[in-house]
Write a protein that binds this ligand. Sequence first.
Ligand code: TNX
Length: 488
Amino acid sequence: MSPTLVPAPASAVVRDGPAPDLAAGVRVDADPAFAAEGARLVDALGSGSAPVAIRHGDHPEEGYALRVEEDGVVIEAATAAGVFYAGRTLIQLAEAAGPTAVEIRDEPRFAYRGIMLDVARHFHPVETVCALIDRASDLKLNTLHLHLTDDQGWRLALSARPELAELASGTAVDGDPGGFYTADDYARIIAYAADRHMIVVPEIDVPGHTHAVGLAYPELAADPVIGDEVREVTAEFGGSLPVAGEPYTAIGVGFSSLRADAPGVDAFLTDVFHELAALTPGPYLHLGGDEALGTSADDYRSLVDRAARTVAATGKTPIAWHEAGAAPLPRGTIGQYWGFLAPTDGHDDRARAFVANGGRLILSPADAIYLDMKDSLDAPIGLTWANGPTSVERSYRWDPADVIPGIAEDDILGVEAALWTETVRTRADLERLLLPRLASAAEAAWSPSYGSVPARTWQSFRERVAARGSAWERDAPGFGRSPEIPWP
Ligand code: TNX
């Protein structure tokens, strides 16, 4: 029998013996290096009589050992992150009916475990982002990727380029209110994430998805290139076609581009990425590179090359969506694959180019972990372009090592779920699409490979996710109560 934990741990052995009553609260004795994690555990479980010892031990970077025995709980880890993850596990055990004696040894399969939030199509305030950080870190994710700019708005104030927030952040999809983060807001998000052992990866999307840049700097933006796709999307979802110099509030993609020959474009890239690097303690900056359908192939290669070199010059490692594999990139640039579980249209070729260039891949297969896809046809919000609705089951039944032929385990940096927000206005909307499918992404990122152990099966996952229901009722009341899960 395995305990009802999400994500499933690397190994867990349930023992027959009795266990202390964790619901009655804990008394923590922590190695001084882990005092803050000890205090966090008392906060979460309440102060009481069940003894918990937190010790330093030789374990992988984010790994831990956790023993629940009759006379108490022992946690061992090498890092504060490891203790934090042991704590997430202990909290889930305490919430389960009748905790039993158990011995867990756990460590993540992949180093990068992310959730992307698009704050450009709809802006989401700091409080909502912090709530997302809580849900993601509960599931042992360690990266928040913020998609900060798109055709509909620019969402980060930069002192070198104040016009961006002033002139290009006022609206959102459907003409909803826009918004932007001040440097202080952005610092609050980073600090809140860091406290939960998550880094922030900011994305400034170039050369496409830049219509809003033209509201501040018309000379940098090419005229919209309106192809069949934009017309079809506008016909289906409403709104107007893009017009240069006017805010864009519909949901077409691929019509906008920076102008490769604009004299100011390199100064723009330099100002933006250098200030972004100064505001961001984490090791990565994401430069987008996706869906630049209105950019000629030559201009695309030139602009991606210049953007990626600018990012590398800041000392950060560039990340780009997989299309950028067609451009020259600094060695070691990370690629983010958003194609399907069964790659089409050469998307896998673009992804393999990153590995050939000494980089690794983040996997975000759209028909599995694009959480903005509807989970069923009658879902009130969400899109369907990625092979129709994505059921919870489909979000779960796949393995990162099986997606791109020729890509080995070591070529994969990690896994990231993405939540684009064309249809996501409120925190409740966000929760509706986020959970339970974020848990599928968390297992792909943290747990042993799909099907390799009894816990990594759809049948086991359904039951373990069901046990999260009451915590989510409390913490994320908008969450998606999918009929695929046997909620209690
Ligand atoms: C594709 S895949 C996008 C976004 C959209 C999303 C909607 C990728 C890198 N870009 O621009 O918001 O689909 O699902």
